[in-house]
Design a binder for this molecule. Structure first.
Ligand code: PLP
Length: 368
């Protein structure tokens, strides 16, 4: 290649991410949108798939583990994938007000996309059980926040009733457009790997995301874009594991507040995904979740929220079941910055405080 040609190529080169117009624009033929749909986007999607050797090594047997780091979406969670669809369709239908119940991330995402689309948003959250970062986001993005003395399941009951009675669009994962948007994460994984993984490990709360991934994997498989379908491995926190125990939990408890849900609305879909994919649902304790959370931070430089670490904790828990030479993807659903309280309480790092600003003193503390 001539020097001038090469120079021209360099000067005109633009990384993919700059051409990225968000997931609706990218996957239009696969989504229920038309020319009339106003696309409300914050350029969500195209999140990285990162190999995590510290996890692969703990499993051995030639396993390759990746994380789908969906905490790098615009508001810091995968909820943005569903919200760009739900809000765009709400806008298309002429809606002016949206509402959701939330353990935090749905409210942050709904508030951001509603603002972008020029709509008002109401969010109903369990008082005292929403991580600080998420609450801050909903407020900054301009939502009207109502914190109730009750858990997520109660909040969802209330928003369902409100949206039946008043001209408000419900944007929880009972809204079918949410799952349509969320299925695009499976498309991205297949495009990155050139095939589907053998296992997909994913945390489950309302179980919308596992249902959406299964839909995405099936659609791309039937279109000939992958050679096989993955087994869907779903994980819940042991204090909040209705899908593992096979019954609703009236007082779910876990440090992973994003999956603190006792009666998942997408239960039937998730059970079907498990059955059709020959998958498996298991639970992990809070201490197993925190262990995985620390490994990802300390050994991989990846800061996710506790609910997200449940996917990796789950994989480590059932590692004896992993077949030789498997490719596994764990979904990291949300960004660790959302929950700074949890982070500061749960790490093994050394933190000296109140030190006099003197070099000699500090160097001594540092061990020199
Ligand atoms: C919403 C959420 C989940 C659970 O997803 P579901 O679709 O409700 O199963 C898991 N992790 C994080 C960080 C979330 O925000």
């Amino acid at each position: 290649m001539s020097f001038s040609k090469k120079l021209k190529q360099l000067l005109t080169y633009t990384p993919d991410k700059n051409n990225w117009d968000g997931l609706i624009e990218t996957y239009k033929p696969w989504l229920p949108v038309s020319k009339k749909t106003p696309i409300i986007t914050l350029k969500e999607g195209a999140t990285p798939l990162i190999e995590v050797k510290s996890i692969s090594n703990r499993i051995g047997k030639g396993t390759t583990v990746y994380v789908k780091y969906d905490g790098l979406n615009p508001t810091g969670s995968f909820k943005d994938r569903g919200m760009t669809m739900a809000i765009s369709k709400a806008k298309e239908a002429g809606c002016e007000v949206v509402i959701c119940a939330s353990t935090g991330n749905t409210s942050a995402s709904a508030a951001a996309y509603a603002s972008k689309g020029g709509m008002k948003s109401f969010v109903i959250i369990p008082d005292g059980y929403v991580a600080q970062g998420k609450l801050a986001q909903a407020l900054v993005y301009g939502a009207e926040v109502l914190a109730i003395k009750g858990n997520f399941d109660k909040a969802l009951d209330i928003v369902r009733k409100l949206s039946e009675k008043y001209p408000i669009t419900l944007v929880n994962s009972v809204n079918p457009y949410r799952l349509q948007g969320q299925k695009t994460a499976a498309f991205e994984i297949i495009e990155n790997l050139g095939n589907a993984p053998d296992w997909l490990c994913i945390p489950m709360g309302n179980a919308g995301n596992i249902s959406a991934y299964w839909m995405g994997f099936q659609e791309f498989f039937h279109a000939g874009k992958s050679k096989h379908l993955p087994r869907m491995m779903g994980f819940q926190a042991s204090g909040s594991a209705p899908l593992v125990e096979g019954k609703s939990i009236s007082n779910p408890e876990t440090i992973a507040t994003a999956i603190r849900i006792g009666n998942p609305v997408n239960k039937e879909k998730a059970l079907l995904a498990k059955k059709e994919s020959n998958g498996k649902f298991s639970s992990v304790s809070d201490s197993e979740i925190i262990n995985a959370y620390k490994i990802l931070g300390k050994e991989e430089g990846i800061f996710c929220e506790p609910a997200s670490a449940a996917s990796v904790a789950g994989l480590l828990k059932i590692k004896d079941d992993v077949p030789k030479n498997s490719t596994i993807v764990c979904v990291l659903t949300g960004n660790g910055l959302k929950d700074p309280d949890c982070a500061i309480k749960n790490n093994d790092s050394i933190f000296h405080t109140g030190i006099e600003p003197e070099v000699s003193l500090i160097s001594k503390k540092m061990g020199f």
